[in-house]
Design a binder for this molecule. Structure first.
Ligand SMILES: Nc1ncnc2c1ncn2[C@@H]1O[C@H](COP(=O)(O)OP(=O)(O)O)[C@@H](O)[C@H]1O
Ligand SMILES: Cc1ncc(COP(=O)(O)OP(=O)(O)O)c(N)n1
Length: 265
C-alpha cells in the first residue's frame, strides 16, 4: 500500500480537542492524509475558554520539525498558534528552508478572546511569517491586528485582502466568518478572485473553525491540488463540520471533524 500525502501542523495543543493540534490532526485524518505535528505550546482549554498556556522552548520546536522533515518529509505545512516572536521567527526560517507549500493561520486570539500570540510578535508575523506563506488565512480580528483594516461588511473584504497581500503571502483567504449573513470568504492572489459563499449555520458549536479550514487547505495542497481547488474543497469540509458541530461542556462545543466519514459520529 502506498503512503498517503504527509502534512505537518506546527501549532498549540487544545486540551479540549476542538482546536489547535487536535483539530488539525482530525481534519487531516478525515481528508485522507497522514498528519504529523510540531507542538509549540500547551493550553489548558475547554468549551469556556483558555485557562492557561505554556510555550515550548524554541529548540524543542526546531528539533520536532527537523525530526519530521528530515526523515519522513512533508507535502504541506500548516501553522497555527505560535505564541511568541521567537517562535514565529524560528518557524518562519524552518518553512523558508522547506520545499513544500505552507498555510499560515496567523492565530491571534481564541473565540473567547484569550490571547494566543504576544502583541510583541505581531511584527514578526508581518515581516517574517507572512512572506513565506503560500496561503494565509486570517480572520477579521487578525486582519485588523495585522493591517489596521476593519471589515464590517462583505464590501470591505477586497481591501482587507490587498492589505494582507502587501506582507508577501502568495494567496490570502480573508475569512468572513465573523460577519452576519452568508459565511463568505475571499480567496485572492491579487489578480484572481474567488468568492467562497456558504449558508451560515445557526449553530453555536463552532470551536475550531479556523484551525479546521487551514488544515483542510494544507491537506488538499498536499494532494497536489491547485490553491483555488484546495480552498474550495476545504470550505465545503469546514461548512459540513460546522453544520454538525455538537455540544460538549457548558460553553461552545467543537465542529464535527468526522462528519464526512463512512461512519460519522
Ligand atoms: N456559522 C457559520 N456557518 C457557516 N460557516 C461559518 C460559520 N462561522 C464561520 N464559518 C466559516 O468557517 C471558516 C472559519 O472562519 P472563522 O470562524 O471566521 O475563523 P476563526 O476560527 O479563525 O475565527 C470560514 O470559512 C467561515 O466562513
Ligand atoms: C491551541 C489553540 N490554537 C488555536 C486556537 C484558535 O482556534 P480557532 O480554530 O480559531 O477556533 P476558536 O478558538 O476561534 O474557536 C485555539 N483556540 N487554541
Amino acid at each position: 500500500m502506498s503512503a498517503p500525502p504527509r502534512v505537518l501542523t506546527v501549532a498549540g495543543s487544545d486540551s479540549g480537542g476542538g482546536a489547535g493540534i487536535q483539530a488539525d490532526l482530525k481534519t487531516m485524518l478525515a481528508l485522507g492524509v497522514h498528519g504529523m505535528s510540531v507542538l509549540t505550546a500547551v493550553t489548558a482549554q475547554n468549551s469556556l475558554g483558555v485557562q492557561g498556556a505554556w510555550e515550548l522552548p524554541v529548540e524543542a520546536v526546531r528539533a520536532q520539525y527537523r525530526s519530521v522533515v528530515d526523515d519522513i518529509g512533508v507535502q504541506a505545512v500548516k501553522t497555527g498558534m505560535l505564541s511568541s516572536a521567537e517562535l514565529v521567527e524560528a518557524v518562519a526560517d524552518l518553512i523558508a528552508g522547506t520545499d513544500a507549500p505552507a498555510v499560515v493561520d496567523p492565530v491571534g486570539v481564541s473565540k473567547h478572546g484569550d490571547p494566543l500570540l504576544a502583541a510583541s510578535a505581531l511584527d514578526s508575523v508581518r515581516t517574517r511569517l507572512l512572506p513565506v506563506a503560500t496561503v494565509a488565512t486570517p480572520n477579521l480580528d487578525e486582519v485588523a491586528q495585522l493591517t489596521g483594516v476593519r471589515v464590517e461588511a462583505e464590501d470591505d473584504l477586497r481591501r482587507a485582502a490587498r492589505a494582507v497581500l502587501e506582507f508577501g503571502p502568495r494567496w490570502v483567504v480573508i475569512k468572513g466568518g465573523h460577519l452576519s449573513g452568508d459565511a463568505v470568504d475571499l480567496l485572492t492572489d491579487g489578480s484572481e478572485e474567488h468568492w467562497l459563499r456558504a449558508p451560515r449555520h445557526d449553530n453555536r458549536h463552532t470551536h475550531g473553525t479556523g484551525c479546521t479550514l487551514a488544515s483542510a487547505i494544507a491537506s488538499e495542497l498536499a494532494k497536489d491540488h491547485p490553491v483555488p481547488e484546495a480552498v474550495k474543497t476545504a470550505k465545503s469540509y469546514v461548512t459540513g463540520a460546522i453544520a454538525s458541530g455538537f455540544a460538549l461542556g457548558t460553553g461552545i462545543g467543537p465542529v464535527n471533524h468526522a462528519w464526512n466519514l463512512p461512519r460519522p459520529r
